[in-house]
Write a protein that binds this ligand. Structure first.
Ligand SMILES: NC(=O)c1ccc[n+]([C@@H]2O[C@H](COP(=O)([O-])OP(=O)(O)OC[C@H]3O[C@@H](n4cnc5c(N)ncnc54)[C@H](OP(=O)(O)O)[C@@H]3O)[C@@H](O)[C@H]2O)c1
Length: 329
């Protein structure tokens, strides 16, 4: 099968390469998926640039946001599963086990979420667990009601843009913060945002003016680069939900600000099966739209381009890599 592998050599360092591998064979409680699509996430970018190496063994096929069709099953599983459309809840995929930047991948049965047989946009479904359900859990953790205010950093990212959609559907007024001048006008036109600001703007003052000095009810921090500023926008007893960290730099928190306004700082990780199924139903009804930047064919060139576009902050939502997408070459 075709795959893209990340490998290390003394001469070239870390590099992505097109490779032909043996088709995977299932262990007793595993299935083989024909990959429909795999999201290119910030996590993959951190592995590719060498920042993240804990728990990653090389050479490795990366990619953990996977949707596909079951084409083979292990000896303890029913052959009736063959042909089912599924999404993967990743564990070791793309770390110690080969992931989704390949034509086929092996996945434990226990990691599968089954899509209805008539589900037609199976490629976009790869975003069901992360970022969509992860974003939904972060929104839930904010404990918001209609007409509350929510601020989200990294507004154009996978977590940010889906969190904005999910909160707006509850009648919450969503403020986006972006670091990208190029994307600002585009984001401002999206229906889910009440307003979007550049991170360089003095948005704290503007937000207190916009909310008649009430302040913002909750914040979702997807980058961990605006922690202090987001805390400063919050109303007393406001919630700051930490869901992502793009930079390794430490963030100063002024304890007095948290104490005197009785703010809450809460971490949010992953999503449960009921939360995933809730998102699946919302997608089916059209209440959540998976935001796909583009679908690129499976190749080292596609992954390198995705990496560059992500690093240049050009991506809105997710880039998907699909072995089924037509190659431009
Ligand atoms: N809590 C969980 O369970 C969970 C699950 C999945 C991912 N995560 C983590 O959450 C974080 C965000 O994930 P994501 O899927 O939203 O990532 P993403 O799609 O790559 O989006 C990240 C966003 O951060 C902003 N950004 C700010 N500085 C950046 C920089 N130097 N390089 C690139 N982007 C930058 C960009 O938005 P603007 O251009 O609009 O500023 C970008 O779109 C990552 O650290 C990821 O590992 C956590």
């Amino acid at each position: 099968m075709k795959a893209v592998i990340l490998q290390f050599s003394e001469k070239e360092g870390l590099s992505l390469n097109d490779i032909s591998l043996d088709d995977p064979k299932p262990e007793v409680e595993e299935v083989i998926l024909q990959v429909s699509a795999c999201g290119f996430s910030y996590h993959d970018a951190l592995i590719i640039n060498g920042t993240l190496n804990r728990g990653v063994s090389l050479p490795r096929v990366l990619g953990h946001e996977i949707s596909g069709v079951i084409v083979d099953v292990g000896s303890k599983l029913s052959k009736k599963l063959i042909g089912s459309k599924v999404v993967v809840i990743p564990k070791d995929l793309g770390h110690r086990q080969n992931g989704g930047f390949a034509e086929f991948t092996s996945v434990p049965f226990s990691s599968l979420v089954f899509l209805p047989p008539d589900y037609d946009s199976i490629e976009k479904a790869c975003l069901l667990f992360s970022p969509i359900s992860v974003a939904a859990k972060a929104v839930k953790t904010c404990q918001l009601v209609k007409n509350n205010w929510l601020i989200i950093s990294g507004a154009s990212g996978g977590l940010g843009i889906h969190a904005a959609q999910i909160a707006a559907a509850k009648g919450v007024k969503v403020i986006g913060i972006t670091s990208s001048e190029k994307k600002l006008k585009f984001l401002q036109k999206m229906p889910w945002f009440f307003a979007v600001f550049m991170e360089t703007e003095p948005y704290e003052e503007i937000l207190f003016a916009m909310t008649d000095d009430h302040g913002i009810d909750a914040a979702i921090e997807t980058t961990s680069m605006s922690i202090e500023r987001l805390l400063n926008t919050l109303t007393p007893k406001g919630r700051l939900v930490l869901s992502g960290q793009i930079s390794s730099s430490k963030s100063p928190i002024v304890p007095a600000e948290v104490i005197f306004r009785e703010l809450q700082i809460i971490g949010s990780l992953g999503a449960s099966l009921p939360e995933i199924n809730e998102c699946l139903n919302a997608i089916k009804k059209g209440a959540i739209e998976p935001i796909v930047d583009r679908i690129s064919p499976l190749s080292a060139h596609s992954l390198e381009t995705a990496f560059t576009r992500m690093t240049n902050r050009e991506v809105v939502g997710r880039i998907l890599i699909s072995p089924l997408a037509p190659s431009s070459v």
